[in-house]
Design a protein around this ligand. Structure first.
Ligand SMILES: C[S@@+](CC[C@H](N)C(=O)[O-])C[C@H]1O[C@@H](n2cnc3c(N)ncnc32)[C@H](O)[C@@H]1O
Length: 294
């Protein structure tokens, strides 16, 4: 492979992130589909459909809803469960006095536009191109950008989250709650550890919720096929998977944290999908939800 001169390297990095995240759109479409097709809704989000507006109305209509596509329904269940889980844990954090919520890789997350906590500041961290695309969508849909929201442009691979947050008014002396949803698999191990290292330095009372995926080799045969299908779709979207953990591997990353909760599909279903008449539920063992506190 030819070596690139530094100028070309930085240009290549710029070009790569000059387009908004396609995976963020796929997740937002499924959150919106949940509002329209599932009953009861486990993650009520009155902004999920409006944020997509006319721009993505046709894609939303085509978003899989058929119950004969079990992996697709299970993926939607996982995506809405992780948003619900993050906001359930945020609620605990706010009750305990946290006044800062940081969405790492915010994508089209809508919490900031329906924030029910009067004193809570929200920081949305993402690539600038994704943030600009989100602003355009919000504007087109007439959704007001609240004053308590700050957008912080950061690439976890090449920029300091700490420096970017602090220049944006984040208070490193006050506790904060972090949501890191749908991002870990797209990172290098180095970027994951640097970001987690920053969260680990936050004051007592801080916390983080994230989801992670188990490596292909740890999955049973049918789930490997589902994994391969998803992996090739995100690769085509220009956002290839890079990082997976088994529960035993990720357990080694939490030395500075306590009260670590790591949920598999049985626990997620018991918590959020029990007693439903429809088939909305998480399946298999690929995706897991984790929460840890400082
Ligand atoms: C699958 S989307 C999830 C979005 C959102 N958290 C949600 O649950 O709807 C992944 C998000 O992570 C962001 N992301 C991925 N790698 C990143 C990086 N290195 N630096 C900053 N953001 C990144 C993408 O831009 C995208 O918004």
């Amino acid at each position: 492979m030819p070596l690139l001169c530094p100028e070309r390297v930085s240009r290549a990095i710029f070009v790569e992130h000059a387009t908004p995240s396609r995976t963020a759109l796929r997740v937002a479409l499924r959150r919106a589909a949940h509002q329209l097709y599932d009953s009861p809704v486990i993650f009520p989000d009155p902004v999920a459909v409006p944020i997509l507006g006319q721009t993505y109305a046709e894609e939303l209509r085509r978003t899989p809803r058929r119950t004969d596509r079990p992996f697709s329904i299970a993926l939607r269940a996982f995506l809405v469960a992780r948003s619900r889980y993050a906001e359930d844990n945020l609620s605990r954090a706010v009750t305990a006095g946290v006044r800062q919520y940081v969405l790492l890789g915010a994508g089209l997350d809508t919490f900031a536009y329906r924030n029910p906590y009067p004193g809570l500041r929200v920081f949305e961290v993402d690539h600038p191109a994704t943030q600009q695309w989100k602003r355009d969508l919000l504007q087109r849909s007439g959704i007001r950008i609240p004053e308590r929201l700050t957008c912080v442009p950061v690439d976890f691979e090449s920029q300091s989250l700490s420096a970017q947050l602090q220049t944006s008014g984040f208070n490193i002396h006050g506790p904060a709650f972090f949501a890191w949803l749908g991002v870990v698999p797209y990172l290098t191990l180095a970027a994951f550890r640097t970001t987690l290292g920053f969260i680990a330095m936050q004051p007592a009372g801080s916390g983080v919720t994230l989801d992670y995926g188990q490596p292909r080799g740890a999955l049973p045969f049918l789930e490997r096929l589902a994994h391969d299908s998803l992996a090739s779709r995100v690769q085509l979207a220009g956002e290839p998977f890079q990082l997976f953990f088994t529960p035993a591997e990720i357990a080694g990353e939490w030395a500075s944290f306590h009260s670590i909760e790591d949920l598999g599909s049985a626990e997620i279903n018991a918590r959020y999908f029990r007693g439903r008449a429809d088939q909305l539920a998480v399946r298999g063992m690929a995706g897991r939800l984790l929460c840890a506190w400082r």
